[in-house]
Every structure is written in structure tokens, then in C-alpha cells.
Design a protein around this ligand. Structure first.
Ligand code: ADP
Length: 316
């Protein structure tokens, strides 16, 4: 169903327990891999185009991704080391990131390493902005988008802005804007809408994006508040499930994986489903539930909900 390209790395999550004890847990991470893990957890199929090092971290990641049911035919090895991410988790569940990446294997994907058959088997091609920070992975990502379009895949993009990874935020804004223009479907957070448009009002920001990219379907995520979709009858706010969030890691990825899964399961042409307001709003409610349930458990891939868990929280 979904072919995703981007970083696969080790997330070291550092937090402090209620009693003051420090805690550090290492696990497989990377937003595109999380999105695929969400798709596979629900019963869909996913394949990852990524690069890890020829090291023990790379071996570990390959095992983890395989165990999640993700197709690793396009998981490549590079002489550079596997990228490591350090995630600090604050008491309110907020996260901050830093990366060990000099350069990390994830930035080393080359255009000539991509195979057209990967794209021909997929219905959706998904990517995020981390592979756009550095070359050669930036050029490889744009080649992959061309190949995905040639294979008639729906293009899905998540800006997933991590400011510390960019030398300069104007560059981030410009590259993310270029990527949005190439996509059919973009999951974007409320903060990213404000960052990209320079607006201070979210509704104005969404309208600005909609008129700048009329052929891109937007799903705007707003944390505990749920999501906003721009429809033919104006902006529709879809509330999320009321949950007690303990760790918001991968909520956005769970949301997107579930959105893609639900859309690929609807009857008819996928491109039409994306633009059918009823189908799309239904898929966003489903995605909200996936995001919300993910926040109720610690971790990223381990916290992703199953199909029965989501359906139990939705009206029949
Ligand atoms: P991102 O900023 O990565 O897109 P969000 O934090 O907005 O991710 O979360 C994605 C989705 O997960 C939200 O749109 C919402 O549906 C759900 N979600 C996230 N946090 C909560 C929460 N505290 N309570 C309920 N749902 C949540």
C-alpha cells in the first residue's frame, strides 16, 4: 500500500520519572518508519526506502523493522554510521531533539540506488523533510518523487519540522514549500502552518496554504484538539478522543499512517477518495483516534494501536 522514504535511526529517549529517577530507552525511530509501522499494525502493507550503517545499530534496526512487518527490500547499508537521535521528554509529554549525524547513513541515499519496481508496487509514496536537509538524500528524494509520479502513486508529505537539523530556517521554509507543491496529500501541524505562512491566526494560515497549493489536500493536526480539514464548506474541526496522554512520541506518525491506511481501504480511485469530503473526514476521525491512543502508551512503534483498538473508540 505505502512506500515511504526517509530516516531510520535509533531514538534515545531521555526522561525523568515522577520520583526523580532518570531513564533512558533506546528504540527504533524515524518518522517514515513510524508511519509504515502504523500502516502495518492496522493490517496494511508498507515498504521502507532508507539507509542505515554497516554497524550493530543498523543490524538492530533491520530486525526491528522486519518484526513490524515492514518490507525491507529497499533498506540499504552505507559505510557511514547509523544516525542516532536523542529525544528529551519533558513532564508534560513535550519533546526536544538532537541528532548524531556527521554525516549519518540516513543522509547518504543516492538517486541511482532507487529501483522503479519499488514504486510500481505502491499506491502511496510518502516522505518527510528530514531527507531534504542534506545531499545526497535530498536529490535522491526528489528523484524518488519523480519515479513515484511516473508510477501513478499518490504523493504524501509531512513537513515534520525539526528546527535544529537545519542550518537556516529560511532554507527549511523554502524546501518544505517546494515539497508541498509536489504532494497530493500533506499532514501538517498547526505550528508548521504558522511557521510556513508567517500568519499568527491558524484559520488564516490554512486559507493561505489552500490558495497557494489548491491541488494539495491538507490535514492539519492540532495535538489534543484533534485536526482541521479545509472542505468545500469551510474549515471543519474534527475533535480527537479524550485521553490521558503520557507520551506524544509518534502521535503524528500514527495519525498519518492511519489516515493513509483508511484512505487506501476506501472503494474506488484513491485520488478521488482524498478529495471526497465525507470519506476524507471519516479517515481523519479514524486517524485522530490512532494518534490519541498512541499518546496513552510510552514509546513510538510499540505504542501504535491495532485496528480493533481504534474501532472500539469510534461510533459504529
Ligand atoms: P504532530 O504535531 O506530529 O502532527 P500531534 O501532536 O498534533 O502530532 O498529534 C497528532 C494527532 O494525534 C492529533 O491530531 C490528535 O488527533 C492526536 N493527539 C495528539 N495528542 C493528543 C492528546 N493529548 N489527546 C488526544 N489526541 C491527541
Amino acid at each position: 500500500d505505502v512506500l515511504a522514504l526517509g530516516e531510520l535511526l535509533i531514538d534515545f529517549c531521555v526522561s525523568v520519572e515522577a520520583d526523580g529517577t532518570p531513564r533512558m530507552v533506546g528504540s527504533a525511530g524515524g518518522a517514515p518508519a513510524n508511519v509504515l509501522a502504523a500502516v502495518c499494525r492496522l493490517g496494511g502493507t508498507g515498504q521502507l526506502v532508507a539507509k542505515v550503517g554497516r554497524d550493530l545499530f543498523g543490524d538492530y534496526l533491520e530486525r526491528c523493522v522486519k518484526a513490524l512487518g515492514i518490507d525491507t527490500t529497499s533498506l540499504l547499508r552505507d559505510p557511514c554510521r547509523t544516525t542516532l537521535a536523542f529525544v528529551q521528554l519533558a513532564a508534560d509529554g513535550d519533546r526536544s531533539f538532537s541528532f548524531e549525524r556527521n554525516p549519518g547513513a540516513d543522509t547518504q541515499l543516492q538517486a541511482h540506488e532507487l529501483h522503479p519496481t519499488w514504486f510500481e508496487q505502491a499506491r502511496v509514496f510518502h516522505f518527510g523533510s528530514l531527507s531534504l536537509t542534506d545531499n545526497p538524500s535530498r536529490d535522491a528524494t526528489f528523484s524518488a518523487i519523480d519515479m513515484a509520479k511516473a508510477a501513478d502513486c499518490i504523493i504524501s508529505f509531512d513537513p515534520n519540522l525539526r528546527p535544529p537539523l537545519w542550518r537556516d530556517l529560511d532554507e527549511a521554509r523554502s524546501r518544505i514549500s517546494t515539497a508541498i507543491a509536489l504532494a497530493d496529500l500533506v499532514k501538517i501541524s498547526d505550528d508548521e502552518v504558522l511557521f510556513l505562512t508567517g500568519e499568527s491566526n491558524l484559520d488564516e494560515g490554512i486559507s493561505r496554504l489552500r490558495s497557494a497549493y489548491p491541488s494539495v489536500r491538507l490535514a492539519v493536526t492540532c495535538g489534543a484538539k484533534g485536526a482541521i480539514v479545509d472542505t468545500d464548506s469551510g474549515h471543519v474541526h474534527i475533535p480527537s478522543l479524550p485521553v490521558v496522554a503520557i507520551d506524544t512520541t509518534a502521535a503524528g506518525d500514527a495519525f498519518l499512517g492511519a489516515l493513509l491506511y483508511r484512505l487506501t481501504r476506501s472503494d474506488g480511485v484513491l485520488r478521488d477518495a482524498i478529495w471526497d469530503d465525507n470519506l476524507f473526514l471519516d479517515a481523519v476521525s479514524f486517524a485522530n483516534a490512532a494518534g490519541a491512543l498512541t499518546t496513552t502508551k510510552r514509546g513510538a512503534m510499540d505504542a501504535l494501536p491495532t485496528l480493533p483498538e481504534i474501532l472500539a473508540h469510534l461510533p459504529a
